[in-house]
Design a protein around this ligand. Structure first.
Ligand SMILES: [Zn+2]
Length: 204
C-alpha cells in the first residue's frame, strides 16, 4: 500500500506511516493540510450520506415557503423553485438551479453510498475507482450552501412586501445542507484511495 503523499502546496513527498485515529498530517515544509486519518471515516461517510438523502427526500415533499400578501397566500415547494424560473422565461437558469441544488448533490450522495457501503464491509467492487474520481469532480459543482444563503437574502427582501412562513421542507433542506457538508468534510482523497486499494488487495 502507498504510504507517501505529494503535498499539493509544494510537491514535497511526505511519509504517512503510523497514523492513528484522529491524527492530522500537515506538510513539514509549507504547512499545507495533507490528510486526516479516522478509523471510522467510511462508516461516517455512509451515515451522513444516508441521512442527507433522507433529508433531501423530506425537503422535496412538503411546502418550502409560503407567502401571504393582501389576503392571498401562495405556497412553494422545492421542486417548484426551478419550475417557477422556467415559467418566468428563464429555462437555462431553471435547469442550472435544479442541477446545482437537487440533482448534482443527490447524485454525489448516491455515488458516496455506492462507494462507502462496499468499503465499510471491506468488499471490492469494479466501480469503486471510477466513482471515486467522479465524486471529486462533482463535489465542486454542488452549491447547496450557496442556495441556502440565496434563499435567506431573498427572504429578507420579500419580508418587506409579504408575510413569509418557512415550511417544513425549508428546515429539512437546511438539515440536508448541513449533513451534505459533514459528508464532504469526512471525504479525504488519500484515505479513500487507501481504503479502495486495501479492498482491492484483500480481494485476491
Ligand atoms: Zn508542502
Amino acid at each position: 500500500m502507498e504510504h507517501t503523499i505529494a503535498c499539493h502546496g509544494c510537491d514535497l513527498l511526505v511519509d504517512l506511516r503510523d497514523m492513528e485515529h484522529g491524527h492530522k498530517a500537515c506538510c513539514p515544509r509549507c504547512g499545507h493540510s495533507l490528510t486526516q486519518y479516522r478509523h471510522d471515516a467510511i462508516e461516517r461517510l455512509m451515515a451522513f450520506s444516508i441521512a442527507a438523502l433522507v433529508a433531501l427526500v423530506f425537503a422535496s415533499l412538503f411546502p418550502f415557503l409560503s407567502f401571504a400578501s393582501s389576503g392571498v397566500e401562495s405556497v412553494m415547494t422545492l421542486p417548484q423553485t426551478p419550475g417557477s424560473l422556467w415559467r418566468n422565461g428563464l429555462p437555462a437558469v431553471a435547469v442550472l438551479v435544479a442541477a446545482f441544488i437537487i440533482f448534482i448533490p443527490a447524485l454525489v450522495l448516491v455515488l458516496l453510498l455506492m462507494l462507502s457501503v462496499p468499503l465499510a464491509r471491506g468488499r471490492y467492487r469494479p466501480w469503486l475507482k471510477p466513482i471515486g474520481r467522479w465524486i471529486f469532480h462533482l463535489q465542486s459543482w454542488s452549491m447547496v450552501e450557496v442556495f441556502i444563503i440565496g434563499v435567506i437574502v431573498s427572504l429578507v427582501k420579500i419580508a418587506k412586501m409579504a408575510t413569509v412562513t418557512l415550511g417544513l421542507s425549508f428546515w429539512a433542506y437546511v438539515a440536508f445542507a448541513l449533513l451534505f457538508t459533514f459528508a464532504m468534510s469526512v471525504l479525504d482523497r488519500y484515505q479513500l484511495w487507501n481504503a479502495i486499494e486495501a479492498a482491492e488487495g484483500a480481494r485476491g
